[in-house]
Design a binder for this molecule. Structure first.
Ligand code: SF4
Ligand code: SF4
Length: 288
């Protein structure tokens, strides 16, 4: 089972939920931190990093000796990553999406591929819990290719938890796509509700079952709860605004470590997700 943990905006407690859920479930899960622009799950889970691997993506390199400057490569590239200017072919590798189209259309076989560094993958472990995060190279503009690399290393024998990037654009879609469940973390404030609505629309487009965790649940207004009811989104866990939780967070500690009674609550959260996923799979089978 693959569960992505997402939020419409940063700072709602998404990583708090993903890391506590991970530790509560123990070595039957793995955590993939796909927030590759600013991964921070490792600061709380504290895995021992055992291996770091550099990740590249192929981009074109033009051999000007063979090139006839026909512009076919420039014409096929919908990302404007190539420009034929006089007797030069300029490659804007930061814009390249590595589709390979230019190489295929070049009649002179003048284009070969070279690697552009996207970032690194870190592989770690904490008490048998497998951990992977991606860290984007400074200056790199596109995170989805690195997110896909993090996900490509998932172990199908484990329950995979994905800490998705915040927001609702391409990176979060890359993290949520092809998962069994999206756990949305929100807070009962007008900003929380605004961004939750955007996230729910994205999840609906992907057709994945979803549920909510309301963080700092006793602050703010009732609007998030009303919206959840209206959208038929189950609230699977409420985390109150509690001084002990805030203190644990500020010391880089997990709630389930500092307040063991929360371990059961996070296990209960997973059991509810499991029930919804099984029900949804049964429904799909019945409809097919
Ligand atoms: S398609 Fe090939 S030959 Fe034509 S401009 Fe591009 S690199 Fe040169
Ligand atoms: S590989 Fe695709 S995206 Fe990259 S330059 Fe060639 S056509 Fe453009």
């Amino acid at each position: 089972m693959i569960i992505s943990i997402a939020s419409g905006k940063g700072g709602t407690g998404k990583t708090t939920v993903s890391t506590n859920l991970t530790l509560a479930l123990g070595d039957r899960v793995e955590l993939l931190d796909c927030d590759v622009e600013e991964p921070n799950a490792h600061l709380f889970l504290k895995p021992e990093i055992e291996q770091t691997r550099r990740v590249e993506t192929p981009v074109p390199k033009v051999d000007l000796e063979k090139c006839t400057f026909c512009k076919k490569c420039q014409e096929i590239c919908r990302f404007n990553a190539l420009a034929v200017v006089g007797k030069q072919v300029l490659v804007f590798s930061e814009l390249c999406h590595s589709c390979g189209g230019c190489m295929l259309v070049c009649p002179e076989k003048a284009i070969s591929e070279v690697g552009r560094e996207l970032g690194v993958l870190n592989f770690g472990n904490r008490d048998g819990i497998r951990f992977i995060n991606g860290l984007m190279r400074v200056g790199e503009a596109m995170s989805p290719p690195l997110i896909k690399q993090v996900r490509a290393n998932a172990n199908p024998d484990k329950i995979t938890l994905i800490d998705a990037p915040p927001g609702t654009s391409c990176p979060v879609i890359a993290a949520m796509n092809d998962t069994d469940f999206v756990l949305l973390v929100t807070e009962p404030t007008p900003f929380g509700l605004h961004d939750l609505k955007l996230a729910v629309e994205a999840v609906k487009l992907l057709g994945i079952p979803a549920g909510l965790v309301v963080n700092r649940a006793d602050l703010g207004t009732d609007d998030v709860y009303r919206y959840a009811e209206q959208e038929n989104l189950p609230i699977l866990l409420s985390i109150p605004f509690d001084r002990r939780i805030a203190e644990a967070y500020s010391r880089g500690k997990l709630i389930v470590e500092e307040m063991p009674e929360w371990r059961e609550k996070f296990v209960g959260l997973f059991e509810q997700i499991e029930t919804i996923v099984n029900r949804s799979k049964a429904q799909l089978c019945a409809n097919s």
